[in-house]
Design a binder for this molecule. Structure first.
Ligand code: DGJ
Length: 750
């Protein structure tokens, strides 16, 4: 519900015995769980009033402190200079006395960088409009119908520069979610450069919070890091052109006492796949300002008269049930209001991917042998990974030459795909469409299509360059090649990989004054191609990947319902990676496979059963040569596949409760998926390191109905939800890396 109210605020002015008055307009957005409120002052400043748990039907403007700071002259009028640097602005600008991190910064036609956005008008619409420019949807965003969300659009104006900025706030009815974005219009008669256009700012009244971010590296993505707010700036960002394995476009500001199950958490996730910034600044008055959006670093966008620029969306989740509550809200939102298309609510096929099985060393017969064996075990799809095109025998050639490598696949794809289909299996294929190898026909024909700075040495990473996706000709050409392949056989799945960051970021086609737009134009180009692919092939199952989870962000989920979580397939390392990933992203989106041991990356050997139990938390599959593993391991596969089919509806649609924390303890990890009606639950326990002479591990379940009684299929015990959650389960295991799974269903109603 979005409402407004005119009210009078009284405040002290320095040196005056009398109270001053100001008429303000309060705008508040409420749902059952939360309230967000802002106020427009007489001068047109849009100030933040409150964000948090739903509050009463009161006039909240008493929370505004309209008096000046300490150093103000003795006159009875409030002076801007004493006011700006500590006001909680909804969308702070640069250059007018607020010295903290701004959301918006320009270079106007005179080369001036100051900007003063003031409230002009607002409107309220039912539902949630797409993020458009000139009426065309340009950037992924969550969606909601008129019954599900309501949107406030506040128009701000800087009349000096001739700019309008629309601030969008959508509040969801049944989820503690608000989304924010900003859109700039040049309504002046001169060119303006937008130097910084962040999507959201939230002002917290004090610094008594912690900040949580998801940091890592290749094969160690999304580790949970928590640090107290402190004076100055605390930030994570990406400057790599992708959202990155190093920092996820996520941050949470949480109460000091917030933990997994309790306390206030404010989660923020940017629906964007390129350079981002998430930053908190604590000022001299110990107020905390959080901002998020496209990274202003090396960004500059020329906005000509009548042009528009749309900044991506920040998803804001409010939880009073700690990080667990925050995650479950993100999961519900992404499953229902972000992921789209044919596979949105469908169980995904159990796949076998040949990457770790063969790397580049395969041919049709080898792949067929894997598929044949896999089909007997119940596996449903063969995915042919890197190495099937050009003359690619190693990672140093052929990207961009998307035609079949006849030496490996004589006669093209169709013979192999037909044979695989005849086994009753689907067939999927790997592409890396954004790349070109130096050793490729494409690069030889079109070296100018690589992102580059003419005259500078081009940096290679994995012997490859990044294609300039700001250039529509490049995109059209690549898409033509993809289509040829996809139309040549019955291909039902694509793994879209992206294996290097951007360097020497320049385009051979953009004019000098638009070169700094390339970072963002590149991302928009990727979205354009993914959009075409998913529109033209609506039943295609698209899985995103970027050297594992280097681009695991909500914008990618808009196109692909699943993303390869990490190249680290070791089940014990995966505990941390999947734990961190689950902070925002649902299990239905996490690509997780059982791979061979000793693990190719970390050299660890983990029981096959544990590998299966850990991979079951994602979109399940195998990444090994099923013809070469031991008989004992192979014999476990049919049972694992059966368990996947049995439990996937619960895992895909249920509520995820993290119970252990592998970042805090090497004793064990545990989690549960509980159905929405709380009638069933799957509880998984993984012993990390064993210890001698210790009592049995006792683990308390979460998320059950305390009043319902549950039958445990494995033990035959019937216990109430309250007992299981308060007294816990005793779990006896011996040996490192052992896992156990327990399935509970309601035995009888109390
Ligand atoms: C990186 C991916 O994460 C791997 O799964 C695999 O597809 C390789 N690229 C192939 O080059």
């Amino acid at each position: 519900m979005i409402r407004e109210q005119e009210t009078t605020v009284r405040f002290h002015v320095w040196g005056s015995p009398e109270l001053s008055e100001e008429r303000v307009r309060l705008i508040r957005l409420d749902n059952d769980g939360m309230t967000y409120a802002m106020a427009v002052t007489e001068e047109g400043y849009l100030l933040h009033v409150y964000y948090g748990k739903r509050c009463g039907e009161d006039d909240l403007t008493y929370l505004l402190h309209l008096e000046e700071g300490n150093y103000v002259p003795r006159h009875h009028k409030r002076e801007k200079g004493g006011f700006m640097d500590s006001r909680p602005f909804e969308y702070p600008c640069h250059g007018i006395g607020d010295y903290r991190e701004p959301c918006f910064m320009i270079l106007d036609g005179d080369g001036m960088s100051s900007c003063d956005l003031r409230y002009k008008s607002h409107r309220i619409v039912q539902g949630k409009p797409a993020l458009t420019e000139k009426g065309v949807s340009v950037i992924p965003a969550t969606f909601a119908g008129s019954e599900e969300a309501e949107t406030l659009i506040v128009t701000m104006e800087d009349s000096h520069a001739g700019l309008l900025v629309e601030l969008n706030y959508s509040i969801f009815r049944n989820l503690n979610v608000m989304t924010r974005s900003a859109k700039v219009y040049n309504r002046g008669y001169r060119d303006t450069r937008v130097q910084r256009v962040l999507s959201a700012c939230v002002e917290f009244p004090s610094d008594r919070y912690d900040m949580v971010t998801l940091n890592g590296s290749w094969a160690r993505e999304r580790g949970v890091c928590r640090a107290p707010l402190h004076g100055g700036v605390q930030a994570v960002d990406s400057r790599r052109g992708i959202s990155s394995a190093q920092h996820n476009p996520f941050a949470a500001i949480c109460a000091k006492n917030a933990d997994e199950d309790h306390g206030e958490v404010f989660g923020f996730n940017l629906v964007y796949s390129g350079n981002f910034l998430a930053e908190t600044e604590v000022n001299d008055k110990r107020q905390a300002r959080f901002v998020m959006g496209i990274n202003p670093y090396d960004f500059s966008w020329l906005l000509k008269p009548e042009e528009e620029f749309t900044a991506p969306e920040v998803v804001m989740v409010y939880s009073e049930e700690g990080f667990g509550g925050m995650s479950r809200t993100f999961h519900d939102l992404y499953r229902n209001h972000l992921i789209r298309g044919y596979w949105k609510d469908r169980e995904r096929p159990v796949l076998i991917n040949n990457w770790e099985a063969t790397y580049f060393n395969f041919d049709q017969d080898k792949l067929y042998a894997i598929a044949e064996q896999a089909s007997k075990l119940g596996i449903e799809m063969l995915v042919m990974d890197d190495g099937w095109f050009g003359h690619r025998d190693f990672d140093d050639s052929s990207l961009g030459d998307w035609h079949v490598y006849e030496k490996k696949l004589a006669g093209g794809l169709k013979p192999l795909v037909d044979r695989v289909n005849a086994l009753g299996m689907k067939f999927g294929i790997w592409f890396e469409p954004e790349m070109v190898s130096e050793d490729s026909e494409l690069y030889r024909a079109h070296p100018e299509w690589a992102i580059q700075i003419i005259g500078r040495e081009l940096t290679q990473m994995r012997a490859q360059y990044v294609l300039d996706y700001s250039n529509a000709e490049v995109r059209d050409y690549v898409y033509g090649m993809l289509r040829n392949i996809l139309d040549s056989a019955n291909i039902e799945y694509v793994k879209w990989d992206m294996n290097r960051a951007l360097t020497e970021v320049g385009s051979t086609t953009l004019p000098a004054k638009r070169q700094r737009e390339l970072w963002h134009r590149y991302v928009l180009g990727v979205y354009d191609l993914m959009n075409r692919l998913t529109t033209d092939y609506p039943k295609l199952l698209l899985e995103n990947c970027s050297s594992g989870g280097g681009r695991f962000d909500p914008a990618m989920l808009y196109f692909s319902p699943q993303i390869w979580t990490s190249d680290d397939t070791d089940a014990i390392e995966r505990l941390k990676i999947q734990y961190g990933t689950s902070f925002c992203y649902p299990a239905s989106a996490m690509g997780a496979h059982v791979s061979d041991c000793p693990n190719h990356l970390v050299g660890r050997t983990v029981p096959f059963e544990t590998r299966g139990d850990v991979a079951l938390v994602g979109t399940f599959g195998y990444e090994l040569d099923v013809t070469r593993i031991s008989e004992e391991d192979r014999n476990q596969i049919p049972g694992q596949v059966e368990r996947f089919h049995r439990f996937n509806p619960l895992i895909r649609k249920g509520d995820h409760y993290r119970i252990g924390n592998p970042f805090e303890s090497s004793e064990y990890d545990a989690w549960a998926f509980v159905s929405k009606d709380k009638n069933e639950a799957l509880f998984t326990f993984v012993r990390i390191l064993g210890a001698a002479n210790m009592p049995p591990v006792n683990v308390k379940l979460k998320g059950l109905d305390p009043k319902k009684r549950y039958l445990c299929e494995q033990t035959g015990q019937v216990l109430s939800g309250s007992t299981l959650m308060n007294c816990g389960l005793n779990i006896g295991t011996r040996g490192d890396f052992m896992s156990k799974q327990y399935y509970f269903r309601v035995a009888e109603e109390a």
